[in-house]
Write a protein that binds this ligand. Structure first.
Ligand SMILES: [Fe+2]
Length: 137
């Protein structure tokens, strides 16, 4: 379970709300745990993650662009890696992996990715905008 705290705030209301919702969804997945056993449940969950992350990444990338953030391309590439990772879950779904394990792996991978990404890569945007300091990502 991930506990939201103000440490995750990057200082842009929409992005912060989206991060919070994302974390909540991952917690819900973890809670559902073994109850997620049907192909359609897991498929729906992967589709949701794809849609939500795409919407969120588009917004965040636009925000970086509007603020002339110098590492937009690098940040975009990191987002793209996650999109690939989610595509990989689809492939695993189609290759008939045991569904509860796949569901567990999805929530674990997404939770670790999101918390780490916010605290390092996304935080770098707010540090740059507040102080002018450009952190390598
Ligand atoms: Fe990001």
């Amino acid at each position: 379970m991930y506990q939201w705290s103000d440490d995750y705030l990057i200082g842009e209301a929409t992005i912060d709300t989206q991060h919070k919702m994302f974390m909540q969804y991952i917690n819900d997945l973890e809670k559902a745990g073994d109850a997620i056993t049907s192909y359609s449940d897991i498929s729906a969950m992967i589709i949701f993650l794809q849609d939500y992350s795409e919407k969120h990444f588009t917004y965040e990338e636009q925000y970086m662009e509007n603020n002339n953030y110098p590492y937009l391309d690098q940040h975009r590439a990191i987002h793209h890696d996650l999109t690939k990772q989610i595509d990989g879950f689809y492939l695993r779904l189609r290759s008939h992996e045991p569904l509860p394990e796949l569901a567990k792996d999805v929530s674990k991978a997404m939770g670790e990715w999101l918390t780490n990404h916010i605290m390092t890569v996304d935080k770098a945007i707010s540090i740059y905008l507040k102080t002018g300091q450009l952190l390598e990502i």
